[in-house]
Design a binder for this molecule. Structure first.
Ligand code: LLP
Length: 419
């Protein structure tokens, strides 16, 4: 595996590994998601190294990028997977993931989803409520199986991230409240068809400071002690995902500091540590290439209207997220302020506001960087634009890992009425 910068600029052109983005856009068309295989694998290995414990497991959060080829690459490295639906389970199995390395979160697991996961023999259900214990126990009993269970704790920790991606506060729907954890653990131990594995936490996403993770560690150790006193053995501790990445200029944590923040609180815990990183692995591994359709100078604002919008990358519209946007080929003209906007008929359809760049010409290719996490996986066909194709770059080699959608794909599952 080559050490690689993934995406970088050289002599006025932007590259993915050894290939100029502008050439990829010409060959595959836009909008297009481009991924760097070696960047992804390097990030995965960084995490494995930081965990530094053969009994622990990195479980990739499938929701951040669920393309089969991405899952397959990580499965081949030995990665585990964090899933939140029957669909994600099916994807992981299809990509060759090991069911015994799958952990399953989610507040609304249905009976049929639970059944599929039980039959596949996954590692752990991260159970989020008392009714979920009941349903899972009953189902496992019917199937003659034992369901391995971790309790998802709502740790009442404010991750201090965007309010739409914070999960560990009292008012959030996730997990079981702190004061009910012992009761929940007793119930799991008592129910015949459940096996108590341990505790699960996930406090939010895009977290860039260590203190929320230290507080997570404090909550965890407190619960570990309480359960020990109650005579209940905790074999696994899953600290979730949430490790933030740099989108602009923000300071971020290294994987070592992230894990250190939690581990420094844990004292003598000797069980299995699980982590569920998504964004850290995939964000910087991907860019969205888009072409300028028009440059539209206006009275108060200038607009670069491009062929990718909130349908291709929802994050700016949904969370006011910032993504760097760079020309694939530099222009020498004086930069001016402009908004990069998509073709969707909504005012919120903006990819970047007030960006300083030379006015682009129609046909110019722009790259929206750090778009590999929650990019393609949140894309839609809104306004009936086909979703982008996805390609994987390995040095000078390219593989198409999702073909472009056609117009027929837009209505492939729809039926005209008969009269
Ligand atoms: N584990 C659980 C239970 C989660 O709910 C999540 C993310 C993760 C792990 C992975 O978190 P990460 O390491 O990626 O931060 N669409 C939003 C992010 C939503 C995150 C949802 N849960 C965005 O684009 O920022």
């Amino acid at each position: 595996m080559m050490k690689t910068a993934g995406f970088y600029s050289k002599d006025g052109r932007y590259y993915c590994e050894q290939l100029p983005l502008v050439e990829l856009a010409e060959e595959y068309g836009t909008p297009l998601y481009v991924y760097s295989k070696n960047y992804l694998l390097n990030r995965y290995q960084e995490l494995v190294k930081a965990v530094n414990d053969p009994q622990s497991l990195v479980c990739f959060a499938v929701k951040s990028n669920s393309n089969l080829a991405i899952l397959q690459l990580l499965a081949r490295e030995g990665s585990g997977f964090d899933i939140v639906s029957g669909g994600e389970l099916a994807r992981v199995l299809e990509a060759g993931g090991d069911p015994q390395k799958i952990v399953y979160s989610g507040v609304g697991k249905t009976r049929s989803e639970q059944r599929a996961a039980l039959e596949a023999g996954i590692a752990t259900f991260n159970v989020e409520s008392f009714p979920e214990f009941k349903q899972l126990d009953q189902l496992a009993g019917e199937l003659g199986l034992l369901a391995p269970v971790a309790i998802r704790v709502n740790p009442e920790v404010d991750a201090r991230t965007h309010h739409k991606i914070t999960t560990g506060k009292k008012e959030n729907k996730f997990g079981i409240p702190l004061n009910l954890i012992e009761q929940a653990a007793r119930q799991v131990v008592e129910l015949d068809n459940l096996q108590f594995m341990g505790l699960h936490f996930h406090i939010g996403s895009q977290i860039t400071s260590s203190d929320p993770f230290e507080r997570l560690g404090q909550r965890a150790v407190d619960l570990l002690n309480r359960l020990e006193t109650a005579g209940i053995e905790v074999k696994t501790l899953n600290i979730g995902g949430g490790l933030g990445v740099c989108y602009d200029q923000e300071e971020t944590l290294t994987p070592e500091r992230w894990l250190q923040a939690v581990r420094s609180q844990l004292g003598s815990f000797e069980g299995r540590l699980l982590i569920e990183p998504g964004r850290y692995l995939t964000a910087g591994a991907g860019a969205l290439l888009t072409s300028v359709v028009y440059y539209k100078p206006s009275v108060n604002k200038n607009f670069a209207i491009v062929d990718a919008g909130m349908n291709s990358l929802l994050r700016p519209a949904m969370y006011d997220a910032y993504h760097r946007i760079v020309p694939a080929v530099e222009r020498s003209q004086q930069p001016s302020r402009l908004d990069v906007v998509g073709p969707i008929c909504e005012t919120g359809d903006t990819l970047g506001k007030d960006r300083l760049m030379p006015p682009p010409e129609p046909g110019d290719c722009l790259a929206v960087l750090e778009a590999g996490a929650y990019g393609a996986s949140m894309a839609s066909q809104y306004n009936s634009f086909p979703r982008p194709a996805e390609i994987l770059v390995d040095q000078t080699e390219v593989q198409l890992i999702r073909r472009p959608e056609t117009y027929q794909d837009l209505w492939a599952k729809e039926r005209l009425i008969e009269q």
